[in-house]
Design a protein. Structure first.
Lengths: 266, 274
């Protein structure tokens, strides 16, 4: 259960559990979190909670709402976020993040919603549409709903490919402070260096001989992908198994020699 | 006709690093161009039972029906319509079967499963899905998600409440809004798409896409597409290297060349009259 901790000048004034779908913050008495200060608007902000996620929205307040120092209109709250309203600070705590039962939460569950008009999506919770969440297999009772009228969305051609430009890095890699690098030793590209920054780096010529080096928590592994010949490491021909590379290993691939080594990450 | 000449299949499934059971189930039949993947849910081993029933029943029913109807010899319009009808009917039957097992045997109460079924026919793919198991397509080195999850998160994304980036930080993962076997009736979402030689299709359970970024999936298929079994194992390994918090299953289908509906004497006769 997420909660809010209201503080003023570092002194905790009160804690609020986010039990309601909509929790309001403001100066007037009807607010769930009332802050009686003139810098705070009558209806200042609201927090909409859907299961384990909470969203903060500024309700057009006079002096605005900050989260972690940045002014916001709408914000998807993360554990530890600090909301600033006037001189007051409200810390958002969502213990799920640190909970030891994280694995339990990741079990796929079925969410069934009460029949609702086609227009009303979850996003409309602010206007009072309710969602009914059940965990059917723990409750065991399955009650048939008269209709299962989920509108079929149009075929999705949209890409998830909002690919961020960050290089895929493996967190907590054992080689964290060291970067794997390949230096070409022979052939036209001799002298060139290739940083093994991505999860996979392809080497060789497609159709002739290809190998990949996979960056894993345990280190860098070279694996044969295609071609009649397998890569040679330190004079020994590999088999189909992935091979863990050591510092200064010499790799021969499609007639080109290259050296693998570690170097301190930039 | 035998689609195995045009299509190459590879698959891998793993319990992951945290769970004790693998509740995912997969099945492929290259001769009829079929791939099925299900991610079961429910207490004890009920999840495995649900996904197991789904995969076994759908595979056997599809085999029978395809032979009976000569589906792979039918022309485009008739064949596509038949395919959708077939998928609908078989998914409905499977739903009933799981639902009834769940209701008749207390230890299976409440079990259910997600599902993604891909049938390749006449240079096209028909996909039926329920829940958050996905179909992706790699074409021209670019990965596209073809299915859209039936999940709370997807609904929030659709309604503009969450961006895709924010969704990755949501605590509400793994809440599906549709599943097989939970209610007496369920509607599978079915679509048909054109297929091009060189395409690689990926069916996966959320254990893959929750643990591995789309860009790394794309990277893997591009780097290892020429060695499909290796690519399948690499995907599973990446999910596990990143924490492997869920069962992870992948089915890869590579289109090596086109596969038009078989040229039967009947279709030839018909084409004379056109």
């Amino acid at each position: 259960m997420a909660k809010l901790i209201l503080t003023l000048d570092g002194v905790v004034l009160k804690e609020y559990a986010l039990t309601k779908e909509r929790t309001t913050i403001g100066r007037k008495a009807h607010n769930d979190v009332q802050i009686d200060n003139l810098a705070v608007s009558g209806e200042h902000a609201a927090i909409v909670t859907i299961l384990n996620d909470s969203f903060l929205e500024d309700l057009g307040s006079t002096n605005g709402t900050l989260v972690n120092g940045q002014p916001i209109k709408k914000h998807f709250l993360q554990n530890g976020d600090v909301i600033e309203i006037g001189k007051y600070k409200v810390k958002y705590m969502n213990e799920q993040t640190t909970g030891t039962t994280a694995a339990d939460f990741e079990k796929t569950m079925v969410l069934r919603s009460t029949p609702r008009p086609a227009e009303a999506r979850i996003g409309d919770t602010q206007t009072g549409t309710r969602t009914d969440v059940r965990r059917p297999y723990t409750d065991t009772q399955i009650n048939a709903r008269a209709t299962s009228s989920h509108p079929i969305p149009p075929p999705s051609q949209s890409l998830p490919g909002a690919v961020t430009s960050t290089v895929a890095s493996i967190p907590g890699t054992g080689t964290g402070t060291l970067q794997g690098v390949i230096q070409i030793l022979s052939g036209p590209n001799a002298g060139r260096e290739l940083a093994l920054a991505k999860a996979l780096t392809t080497l060789g010529k497609p159709g002739v001989q290809v190998a990949v080096i996979a960056k894993r928590p345990q280190g860098f592994f070279i694996t044969h992908v295609e071609g009649a010949n397998y890569p040679i490491v330190n004079g020994k021909t590999l088999d189909a198994q992935a091979h863990l590379l050591s510092d200064h290993d010499i790799i021969e691939l499609a007639g080109v020699k290259m050296e693998f080594f570690f170097k301190p990450a930039a | 006709m035998d689609l195995a000449k045009s299509l190459e299949f590879a698959s891998a499934t793993h319990t992951g690093m945290v769970r004790s059971h693998n509740e995912d189930a997969i099945s492929t039949d290259s001769s009829i161009g079929l791939a099925v993947l299900a991610d079961g849910m429910g207490g004890y081993n009920a999840g495995e039972v649900a996904s197991g029933i789904a995969v076994a029943l759908i595979t056997s029913e599809m085999r029978q029906a395809i032979t009976k109807t000569g589906l792979h010899s039918l022309g485009q319009e008739d064949g596509d319509a038949q395919t959708v009808r077939l998928l609908k009917g078989i998914v409905a039957k499977t739903n009933t079967s799981i639902f009834e097992s769940a209701n008749s045997q207390p230890q299976y109460a409440g079990m259910g499963t997600t599902l993604v079924v891909a049938l390749f026919r006449d240079n096209r793919i028909s996909v039926a899905h329920i829940g958050d198991s996905r179909l992706y397509r790699l074409r021209n080195e670019k990965l596209d998600q073809i299915t859209r999850d039936h999940s709370l998160l997807q609904e929030q994304i659709d309604s503009g409440m969450l961006s895709k980036e924010a969704a990755r930080r949501s605590q509400n993962k793994n809440l599906v809004t549709r599943a097989l076997g939970i209610e007496p009736e369920v509607e599978a979402e079915i679509h048909t798409y054109d297929v091009e030689p060189g395409d690689i299709f990926l069916l996966c359970s959320d254990g893959l896409n929750d643990m591995v970024e789309d860009e790394d999936i794309e990277l893997t298929l591009n780097a290892m597409g020429s060695n499909l079994p290796l690519a399948a194992n690499q995907l599973v390994q990446m999910a596990n290297d990143n924490g492997g918090r869920d069962n992870v299953s992948v089915v890869l289908v590579k289109v090596n060349r086109d596969f038009p509906a078989a040229d039967t004497w009947l279709s030839r006769v018909l084409s004379w009259f056109k």
